[in-house]
Every structure is written in C-alpha cells, then in structure tokens.
Write a protein that binds this ligand. Sequence first.
Ligand SMILES: Cc1cc2nc3c(=O)[nH]c(=O)nc-3n(C[C@H](O)[C@H](O)[C@H](O)COP(=O)(O)OP(=O)(O)OC[C@H]3O[C@@H](n4cnc5c(N)ncnc54)[C@H](O)[C@@H]3O)c2cc1C
Length: 384
Amino acid sequence: MSGILIIGTGLAGYTLAREWRARDGHTPLTLVTRDDGAYYTKPMLSGALGRGQSPEDLVQRTAEAMAQELDARVLTRATVSALIPGERRVRLQDGRFLDYDALVLALGAEPVQFSYEGDGADAVLTVNDLADYVRFRQAIEAVDRVALIGPGLIGCEFANDLVASGRTVEVIGPDAWPLGRLVPEAAGQAVQRGLEAAGVRFHLGTVVQRIERSGSGYRLSLEDGGCVQAGAVLSAVGVRPRLDLAREAGLAVQRGICVDRRLATSVEGVYALGDCAQVEGRVLPYVAPIRHAAKALARTLAGEVTPVHYPAMPVQVKTTRHPVVVAPPDPQAEGAWEIMPVGDGVKARFLDPEGRLLGFALTGSEAVKARPELTRALPPILEG
Ligand SMILES: Cc1cc2nc3c(=O)[nH]c(=O)nc-3n(C[C@H](O)[C@H](O)[C@H](O)COP(=O)(O)OP(=O)(O)OC[C@H]3O[C@@H](n4cnc5c(N)ncnc54)[C@H](O)[C@@H]3O)c2cc1C
C-alpha cells in the first residue's frame, strides 16, 4: 500500500494531514514540500512587526516535529516536477519517484509580480511564505520608509503593521480606495482615513512605472507624475493559484485547479484544496475554506464520501488601527450596497432586490461588533 501523498505543507496540507490522521492511524502518509516544512500560520506574517515577533518566533513546529505528530514522512526541500496520474506516482526534481493510492494537491498560490522599468525593479519584495518574510525583514531592518504597491487586503495589513513598527509607509495603487475589490467606496474611504491617521500615506488612482536605485534606497516614478522615495519596496498585488503541475498532467484547470464538492479533480485519485483549488467555480484563498475542505476531504479519503460545505465565511482584515471585517457578495450577485456610518467607520450591507443580505463590510471598532449578527443572516457559500 502506497497510501496518501500530499504535495504541500502549508495550512492546507498540514490541516488535511491532521484531520485525516485523526480518522486513520495506520495508512502510510507522506507529505512533500519544496520548502523546509516548518508549520506556521501564514496570516501571522502581516502582523508580526506590531507584535514584536521575529520570523523565527512564527515557527510553531519543525518538519521533524510534524512528521512525528502525524506519524508521517515529511520530505522537505523536495520539489515535485511532474504528476503521472496514469501510474499513480509523481516525479521529484532530483529524479526520485513517489507512489500513491490517493494524491492531494495543496500547492498554494504564487504572488502576482508586475514588471517595472528601471534598475531597481528587481529589488521589489513579495511576501507569501516564511522564507519571503525572512528576506523582507532583512530588507527593512535599517529602513524607515517603505513603498508598498497594492492597497488590497494584504497591502493594507502590511501598511498597518509597518506603521506600528514606527516606519513611514507609502501605499500606491490604481484603485480609487483601499480594499477596492472587497468593500464599497464609503467603507474603503473610512479604512483610508483610519490608516492615514496612523501615518500611512496613500497614492491612489495611479501606478508605478519606474523603480530606480537612488542612494541606499529606491525612487519610484508614478504614472501621474508623482514620485516616492523609499528604502524598500514591497508588492502585494494578489496571488495566482499554482496550476502548472496540474495543467501539464492534463487535469482540468481554470483560475484554479478545478475540483467538485468532494474536492476531486478531473482525474481519478487526485484531489486539491487550499489556495490552488477552484471549488465549484470559486477560488477562495483564505484560511476558513481550508478548514472546511480539510474536514470533508479527510472523511472522503477515509472512505466516507463527504461533499464540502462552505458556510458564510467573513474575513477579518488585520488593520488594527481601523479594524475591518468583510463578507464580499458573489461578484455575479444582483443587488446594491446600503451604507450606514457607525462611529469612525461604516456598516455596509449588500442587499438583493428582495432585501436579503448577500454580503457586508464593517469598518471601525464600533461597526465590527455587528459581525456575529450579520454573519448569521448570510446565506451559505456552498450549501450542505
Ligand atoms: C501575508 C498574508 C496574510 C494573510 N492573512 C490572512 C488572514 O488574515 N485570513 C485568512 O483567512 N487568510 C489570510 N491569508 C491567506 C492564507 O494565509 C492562505 O489562504 C493559506 O495560508 C494558504 O495555504 P495553502 O496551504 O493553500 O498554501 P501555501 O501556504 O502557499 O502552501 C503551499 C505549499 O505547497 C508547496 N509546493 C508548491 N509547489 C510545490 C512543488 N512543485 N513541489 C513541492 N512542494 C510544492 C510549498 O512548498 C508549500 O508547502 C494571508 C496570506 C498572506 C500571504
């Protein structure tokens, strides 16, 4: 028996492994990862400065400790270069093969990287894992001003954390307001005011064109003629599911690796969850969907076929200077935002033509108190 093979030791891979081991204590389990396999909670990366934590503080368990806990093999620094589903095996970059009875893709997503003109373009940092975060912390160590490209969820969280560490932050992006893809204008403006009061500077409605080295830092030229000087440049413009392995092996892919409610891909014996997966058309790169998917898939792998159920899953944006909780409506949903000012923030509800709640955005410490009540009123994302 070859057992279960999970590619990826992020939250998706390890959460599934834990759920599955709780149900099956004897079938062989192997996890393979191209990184060091340390267990950490990725959302902690964008709040560690404010909490006074070093990258090392964020490691909760080493790969060896995880292998012991899970009674599993955890192969680290091992990159999977091909899936061979017809033979139920995968090939590693070093030429080895790993056989499986069931394969789970927990490959995560890649940060989107824009290209810029100028001799400083190659110095732009992204943070999507612990190794990136180590580089980021080294780069900002002696820096008091950081340019941050991308006023979305992760960008706003890093801006919040960088000002908490006493640094000046210049946030740049084409959006008219921060969190532009998640919240209506009034809510975005409230977030902007809250972060500006904490010291964040926004350059919105424009994009970076050139990044040049200048003294010990960088000079960013903006499309609107503006210019930003900074000691380090961080880009947070979104993530893209890792699809290459699946695509090359002939699995159906669209924006993510296509899976049905059982988390099964188009090829028998191969499953996917986490940031790489597109579950019935939805790519939801957040922690809560991983928890639900891992529970369901663990049951399915243990022989009790269980479709995943997604309840309403609001996301907390960790902008401590101006707290935010969002449950964005489905992009295809018909309806309109209803806005109510609350304290220094906004309570925004997205209602369909019959007045049913389909999404919400709460900003500011008063408004976020409505989270439990509004969450209860939301329909599930995928019905059970
Ligand atoms: C800074 C930051 C803050 C966030 N904050 C929040 C938050 O507050 N709330 C929230 O819900 N979500 C948040 N998220 C999103 C959340 O962290 C992710 O949805 C989640 O961690 C994704 O886990 P994953 O296991 O799918 O992917 P990953 O953690 O990216 O894991 C992918 C794994 O696949 C492995 N891998 C990939 N390709 C190969 C290969 N070819 N061979 C071998 N191994 C491979 C990698 O080594 C890695 O182990 C945040 C994300 C970031 C970056």
